[in-house]
Design a protein around this ligand. Structure first.
Ligand code: ZN
Length: 164
C-alpha cells in the first residue's frame, strides 16, 4: 500500500517518487459523475528541484473515465493524460519570481501532510470538461432522424427541384 500522506517539501528535496495505481472507487467525489468505478488510473508523483533550486513536484496521471454525455446522457469514454508541475510556495523567494521561468508551474502550499489521493483527485477534476459531450458523429442524440433533418434541411432539395 502506498503512502497516504507525504511531506511535500521533504519529498521534493529528497527527489522521492511514487508510482502506483488508484481505483476510481478510492476517490471521494468520482461517484457523482463516473459511471464505472471499477477502473483504475495510473500515476507518477515525483519530487525535484528546478534550475533555480526551488522545490517542485511533477504529477503524471493516465487512465480513462466513463463520464455521462450531457447531450444524449449515454456513456462517454474520456481519456486522461495529465502532466503538471507544481512549485512549492513556501520555498519560493517571491522577489526573485520571474514569470517566464514560472509560467508552467502551479503554486501549491508547503504541507507536511499532503494527502496524495486528494491531490490527484483535484487535478483530475480540474482537467475535466464542464459539460462533457460526444463528438457529433458519435453522439446518440444527434443520430435521431429528427435532428438529422434539422441539420440538413436542404438535403433532398435538389431531388425535389428536378422532380417536376
Ligand atoms: Zn452523446
Amino acid at each position: 500500500m502506498m503512502e497516504q500522506y507525504i511531506d511535500n517539501i521533504d519529498f521534493s528535496r529528497k527527489s522521492k517518487e511514487i508510482r502506483d495505481i488508484i481505483r476510481l472507487s478510492d476517490f471521494k467525489r468520482f461517484q457523482d459523475f463516473c459511471l464505472n468505478l471499477e477502473d483504475s488510473i495510473a500515476f507518477v508523483l515525483r519530487g525535484f528541484e528546478n534550475k533555480h533550486r526551488e522545490l517542485c513536484l511533477e504529477l503524471i496521471v493516465e487512465g480513462k473515465l466513463e463520464l455521462i454525455c450531457q447531450r444524449c446522457t449515454e456513456k462517454l469514454e474520456h481519456r486522461i493524460f495529465l502532466k503538471s508541475e507544481f512549485l512549492i510556495k513556501e520555498e519560493t523567494h517571491l522577489t526573485d519570481f520571474d514569470i517566464d521561468d514560472h509560467a508552467d508551474y502551479d503554486l501549491i502550499e508547503g504541507n507536511v501532510k499532503m494527502h496524495v489521493v486528494s491531490f490527484i483527485e483535484d487535478e483530475i477534476i480540474l482537467s475535466l470538461p464542464s459539460a462533457p459531450k460526444h463528438e457529433n458523429v458519435k453522439c446518440h442524440y444527434i443520430k435521431t432522424d429528427e435532428v438529422l433533418d434539422r441539420i440538413h434541411p436542404f438535403a433532398d432539395l435538389k431531388q425535389k427541384l428536378y422532380k417536376n
